[in-house]
Design a protein around this ligand. Sequence first.
Ligand code: E4P
Length: 217
Amino acid sequence: MKFFLDTADIKQIEEIAAMGLCDGVTTNPTLIGKAGQDFEETIKKIASIVDGPVSAEVLGKSAEDMVTEARDIAKWADNIVIKIPMGKEGLKAIKTLSKEGIKTNCTLIFSVAQGLLAAKAGATYISPFIGRIDDIGQDGMELIENLRIVLDNYGLETEIIAASIRTLAHFEQCALVGADIATVPSDVFSKLWDHLLTDVGIARFDKDWEDYQNSLK
Ligand code: E4P
């Protein structure tokens, strides 16, 4: 499974990229707003740091507007992927862009039908939102499992970016059910390397070493 960072925070991206753990980045208008920087500058900067796909979302509502925005954004760097919201207009835009060789990430996927339609339209990636499905009392992970089955059933090459990841358990389940990518916010990312027993183990090794050194005196 590839690891994407779900943030527009340049410092966080630089840190995780330097660790060799950032295969790509996803952004959305909320995350760009939180970062508080100019959209174009932020995306160009991220694309220069990351050796992998960087998703930037369009805001147009008609297919024509989405395609116009996408063509412009796609010129900012070679590794940019255009994030297109699911819907009839989004599907039309994805079809046009895929014919032009512009990579797309169909976002706001909440059902198998939506994921299948986006894949058939030619989306490079689909982004099912786990956490937001859990928020309404349903099982977000089940959607990832079902999309995996459906894409495999028909040999569709569209990759699943498991999005709206809120917990370590979400991340681990994504790997178990075969999501191609998990896009992880930085607060969850920093939990991936932590474990209480690791901390206890280090403390015990330190103490045992200290006791041993004292015994030599
Ligand atoms: C990523 O592409 C999505 O925009 C993001 O994961 C949404 O996460 P949220 O539901 O926590 O806002």
